[in-house]
Design a protein around this ligand. Structure first.
Ligand code: ATP
Ligand code: MG
Ligand code: MG
Ligand code: MG
Length: 394
């Protein structure tokens, strides 16, 4: 018989045919005459009802087990579901003792509660829906950049560059290495990447539009609802930029700008925005996404371009703040002028010696984006395997 996905069964086209399906039992009701099962195979949120004569009951059959069912697909007499499978044979492929299953799948649980069971939360409707959206959003990111002439660059995960020198690095060495530099695997200290920016900047010296979309690692100490130790970042770099709008127009609805010079209102000029400030700003602007530009130069990393003609010493940097989450993305025009960078960092300088052009880029946290569009409070609930301090389950 044809192997059918449950989503295909609901299309009706195979009614009357002999088919086989494979999936997991979502509910099991043995009755006097018949057994009723709902089988879900992940192809759809819906489960297919299977009816079998009571004689087919098997002590191994029950909630949670994996099965293959062969039978005839029939139009269902009930209005609740269009089709059902009249079983001729049922095999238990993988056993499950329902008593050991840690939660009732049909009951509502908080995302926080099912997060304890990373190996089983993908069986819940809530988390499986979220995973589907995450997968679609990933494809949408790639198609956006492809349609707009960007080249995908696979930036490295292991890097000797510590980017901004932030104290959030994970150092990498084979087990047993003493962290003295000689004798270490790469002969220099290396880290898990905190940003692909430098490598994108290298590529932007030959390709005016590049992007990357991969895992990023930061040893965040916080128990915050918007920081992970491993998250996915969408990063882009654009050459021959003329202004910060060349970056912000990558996002739609780019009309809402607030300059970081906010006069007397909180926060004070010269202090970085705290989460509360970000939330305040978004609320103040009517709960819509907001771009904040022209930060005090000293608050931004050395590579952010100096706005020399601005009365206050500012940097051509921008953050995108969104309701519920705060900072979703940060970007800047990069300082392309060798003389202004000279006082700053060694490695960076060589990037400015061979045809340096004005350029800029941004990084956008993919999990924060998902939090924002799905209204999920905690970032740990929009990634399949969250990593944060004191937790690396599975
Ligand atoms: P924050 O101020 O929230 O700590 P950041 O300014 O340190 O963020 P950037 O270096 O600008 O972060 O990184 C670009 C984007 O990556 C951020 O705007 C945010 O969306 C996301 N991001 C940064 N750190 C994390 C993290 N630890 N977990 C998840 N996403 C993050
Ligand atoms: Mg940070
Ligand atoms: Mg920030
Ligand atoms: Mg930032």
């Amino acid at each position: 018989p044809t192997k059918l996905r449950v989503s295909e069964a609901f299309l009706d086209a195979q009614v009357g045919e002999k088919v086989r399906i494979q999936g997991w039992v979502r509910s099991f009701r043995p009755q006097k005459q018949n057994l009723f099962l709902h089988v879900n195979d992940g192809s759809s949120l819906k489960s297919l009802q299977v009816i079998a004569p009571a004689a087919m009951n098997d002590p191994l059959l029950g909630f949670g087990c994996a099965v293959e069912v062969r039978g005839i697909l029939k139009k269902s007499p009930h209005s609740k579901q269009p089709v059902e499978l009249e079983a001729e044979q049922i095999w238990v492929i993988g056993e499950c003792n329902p008593v050991d299953f840690p939660f009732k799948i049909k009951e509502r649980h908080s995302l926080e509660y099912i997060r304890q069971f990373l190996h089983l939360r993908c069986r819940t409707n809530a988390f499986s829906s979220l995973l589907r959206i995450r997968s679609e959003a990933t494809a949408a990111v790639h198609s956006y950049f492809k349609n707009n002439g960007f080249l995908l660059v696979h930036t490295p995960t292991i890097t000797s560059n510590d980017c901004e020198g932030a104290g959030e690095l994970f150092q990498v060495e084979p087990p047993g290495t003493t962290f003295a530099n000689e004798g270490s695997f790469f002969s220099v200290p290396v880290y898990l990447t905190v940003s692909g920016q430098l490598h994108l900047e290298v590529m932007s010296g030959a390709f005016p539009r590049v992007y990357t979309f991969g895992p990023t690692f930061r040893a965040e100490n916080s128990q915050s609802r918007r920081h992970l130790a491993e998250f996915f970042m969408v990063e882009a770099e654009i050459s021959f930029t003329e202004s910060i709008e060349d970056l912000t127009k990558v996002w739609k609805n780019g009309e809402n700008y607030v300059h970081a010079d906010l006069g007397s209102s909180s926060p004070q000029w010269g202090c970085d925005l705290m989460t509360e400030h970000e939330k305040f700003l978004v609320k103040h602007c009517g709960n819509i996404p907001v771009f904040v530009t022209d930060y005090p130069h000293d608050l931004k990393p050395f590579y952010a371009r100096d706005n020399q003609d601005h009365p206050k010493h500012t940097a051509a940097a921008v953050d995108l703040l969104v309701p519920g989450v705060g900072e979703l993305s940060g970007g800047s025009l990069r300082e392309e002028r060798l003389d202004l960078l000279r006082s700053r960092l060694g490695e960076y300088l060589d990037l400015r010696r061979f045809g340096s052009v004005p350029h800029g880029g941004f990084g956008l946290g993919f999990e924060r984006y998902l939090q924002c569009i799905l209204g999920v409070d905690n970032i740990k609930d929009v990634i399949p395997f969250p990593r944060f301090s004191h937790s690396c389950l599975l």
